[in-house]
Ligand binder design. Structure first.
Ligand code: ZN
Length: 334
């Protein structure tokens, strides 16, 4: 009740009075990288919390365009590396996961306002156009799963893991478990569920699931406004899988994107914000220069010039609330 009052009346009034600007001015910080995911005409939180409405997205871009200098991610990083102190408050816009809806609904808005952005894509869809991100798959089938039938033996795990499976009783706990296992193990779970005749029903809401195609990528990068970065090939939590698997995820996705765009892929965003020192080194060795975290996992990363954290735009709150959160982030982010 109080929350809705704040969202409906207090936050919009605070923005009108310029509280967002006051928050920024109190801060030493001058640059922030924003993280979006999908943009669809009509979000449905029951299907996915990953998408913002087109209408809200347009308002976000108009707000950012009048409030900040919009930078290309690579330029913002280059200045950061060279200790350039920005004259204006500046933001870079990024999208994670590589939904085709970025092309259909976000790109036209960005083009109209001439705003650059970077899309971090999961490249598996370039090998298989019908690929659905693993957590979208689970969200898409969650009411149909009989959680009691999920057992270690069914998925080829040793019987000693049975205790872990006993704790999986809903989609959230299943997803939490799947963040800790390898891509092969995850695919075994998805395959088993599929074999039970259970599939996400994408009819009528393809835009919630569909990922970018090579043609869409090419058109966007040719515009000079959009940079494509890697979000790995299968969206695993990189610090939870083997080094050789992580290495493969990091370099294969880079090569696939480069084959399409012809440009070197220099930026990578860690799926689920998961990384460690070893993962960072693997990325640098693979040729990445710009590493994108969500929050810093290592305190020393605050001072490292090849990694930056990002501010996650919420798809479940109002625009004014997001704008004020952004102001607060200027104040409190390390
Ligand atoms: Zn992601």
């Amino acid at each position: 009740m109080l929350k809705s009052f704040y969202r409906a009346a207090v936050f919009p009034a605070a923005i009108r009075l310029g509280l967002d600007k006051v928050l920024r001015r109190l801060s030493e910080r001058k640059r922030i990288i924003l993280m979006y995911h999908g943009v669809v005409p009509k979000p449905d939180l029951k299907l996915s919390v990953n998408h913002l409405s087109v209408n809200d997205f347009e308002q976000h871009m108009a707000y950012l365009n009048r409030s900040f200098k919009i930078r290309k991610l690579c330029d913002l990083f280059e200045d950061y590396r060279n200790d350039v102190v920005p004259k204006d408050y500046e933001v870079a816009i990024t999208f994670d996961d590589g939904y085709a809806n970025n092309y259909h609904y976000a790109f036209p808005v960005l083009k109209q306002l001439k705003m650059p952005a970077t899309i971090f894509m999961v490249t598996k869809a370039l090998d298989n156009p019908n690929h659905i991100l693993w957590y979208d798959f689970i969200d898409g089938v969650k009411p149909q799963i009989d959680y009691k039938s999920l057992t270690a033996v069914n998925f080829g795990f040793p019987p000693s893991k049975e205790g872990v499976f006993k704790k999986i009783r809903d989609a959230e706990s299943l997803k939490a478990f799947m963040k800790l296992i390898s891509v092969i193990e995850k695919n075994r779970i998805i395959q088993w569920i599929t074999e039970q005749g259970i599939q996400p029903d994408t009819t009528g809401h393809k835009e919630f699931f569909e990922l970018l195609s090579a043609e869409q990528i090419k058109e966007m990068t040719d515009s000079g406004l959009i940079e494509i970065g890697s979000h790995t090939h299968n969206h695993p939590n990189l610090s939870e899988i083997s080094v050789s698997e992580a290495e493969q995820e990091i370099s294969y996705s880079k090569a696939l994107i480069e084959r399409i765009t012809g440009d070197a892929v220099e930026s990578i965003a860690f799926p689920d914000g998961s990384y460690n020192e070893e993962i960072k080194n693997l990325c640098i060795n693979a040729g990445y220069r710009n590493l994108l975290a969500v929050d810093y996992k290592l305190k020393s990363d605050i001072y490292k010039k090849n990694i930056l954290s990002r501010f996650c735009i919420s798809n479940t709150t109002t625009n004014e609330s997001n704008f004020l959160r952004l102001g607060v982030r200027f104040l409190f982010e390390p």
